[in-house]
Design a protein around this ligand. Sequence first.
Ligand code: PMT
Length: 223
Amino acid sequence: KQDGELSGKTFLITAGPTREKIDPVRFLTNHSTGKMGYALAGEAVKMGARVVLVSGPVNLEPPSGAELIKVESAEEMYQAALGHFGEADVLIGTAAVADYRPKYIYEEKMKKKEGDQALELERTKDILFELGQKKKGQVIVGFAAETNDVENHAKGKLARKNADMIVANNVKQEGAGFGADTNIVTIYKKDGTIIELPLMSKSDVARNILTEVVQWLKKDESL
Ligand code: PMT
């Protein structure tokens, strides 16, 4: 067991995109590369935590020491996260989970036909929301990927998802969001504190978030 500020703590971290099948050759997804989530997992391991990393399909080496669970769809990510939530002290949702999936998965490749094609979609489960309902003392950190009105959307997610912190990024900003090695985030905490961080590497963002989590855990334990 490693010695560190987070030793004895178990982190459940979701990362990367999900893939929602349309047919055997097509799927719906998004631009997440997993970099933000893997950075968090790596830094948490360095700080001594046990890390369960539930990851959608990405091209990254998992941080050594983290327990990797590979998933594809939002439903698989939900099941994997649910299965480990009970043993977690902290849940961090960095994954860009699909909000909708095709209502029907075609068994065979969809064939081209004349004219337009509509795709009927249904809602997936909101993992953070669902686990937020089952919360028993866990610290819950969500992300908010926004393109406008960041503060309002982030505060809405903080309340709705029963989270203790929301890490918001404006994914339209240069150097922030999907794919980059850097991010620009603002942390909104349940106690009303707002921490605005400048552009920095995703590892540094991760360390800043984990420092906040350490303080939050200490505060909870001293109650
Ligand atoms: O992976 P990278 O390329 O490094 O990019 C990083 C990132 C942009 C993906 C990351 O910084 C980020 O913003 N992650 C959250 C992406 C997202 O889906 O945000 P959202 O605002 O749609 O969701 C809000 C929160 O609810 C998130 O914590 C999300 O994980 C969670 N959620 C959303 C939908 C759903 N069905 N289940 C969820 O748990």
